[in-house]
Write a protein that binds this ligand. Sequence first.
Ligand code: P6P
Length: 337
Amino acid sequence: SQEEAPSTDLITLTRHVLSEGFRLGPAATGDLTLLLNAIQTTSKFIATNVRRARLINLVGLAGETNVQGEEQKKLDVLSNDIMVNSLRASGKTAVLVSEELEEAVIIDEKNRGKYCVVFDPLDGSSNIDAGVNIGTIFGIYHVKGENKGSVDDVLRPGREMVAAGYVMYGSSCNLVLSTGNGVNGYTLDPSLGEFILTHPDIKVPSRGKIYSINEGNSMYYHEPVLKYLSSIKNPPSGKSPYSARYIGSMVADVHRTLLYGGIFCYPNDKKSKSGKLRLLYEAFPMAYLTEQAGGVATTGTKRILDIEPKNIHERCSVFLGSKEDVQDLIKFYEGSA
Ligand code: P6P
């Protein structure tokens, strides 16, 4: 077939974010653009290592030595180190919180900037041996007022984030981002080393036909979850049951939910009293993106973005996706269904 003429109007992530920045007017200093560039660079490096990992078994357990006899790092530890160093070197951050680090990183004065980044550098990494898509999830706060940066600048509701996104490493490398004005998806063109705008203005369908939950936990579910699942698996006559899709990698399950609609669930239950997913760097960024794409994200009883975190690694219950599907779920918690 006739090769399509290459687009002559490539919208790269950097150009697109800059154009967003101009929307903010003179207040935009370009700092967020530079911070997002550091995240882009990290993503490209991790994408390369995830791809190589499958070839050279980079995912060996920490403590083993590789052919050069070097201490082998697990890919998620490596991804964390890359991300921390790149964000520090950007000169735009004041506080970093990582799923891999017990304590928050307070950036030294020389490298300090005005943004706080909370992230899971390689979420779902236990799936990498199976070739399942995994990802980096991040959320960005601006420090409060003239703060120099402390844990207080990240123990804030997710609604105060100025940006959030994820990078999904799979057959291609996709970066999905919101800076508070809708959601856009970019695909890495490895030959250019640039993320190109491929999914402008992502909107979650108002209702879907897919539910996504680990039903292996069913015996622990609380009543509202059991009743909701029954309502979509045994619908009133004339309606079709929902399809089950569960990848077990949050970035992949949420990406599909944003694009196709439906509901993604990781509820708290009798075994995991607070749920499994982390509030600051898994639930908040995904809830921010879901709302920016016109969807709903709730614990079942509360808007996720309104939760006031008490510690940087706390967990929360997560239901997110199509507005109508999540609102149906909420009715079961209200006892009104
Ligand atoms: P389960 C991966 O380990 C993860 O943190 C998320 O990416 C994913 O949504 C969840 O845990 C899967 O948990 O209990 O279903 O294996």
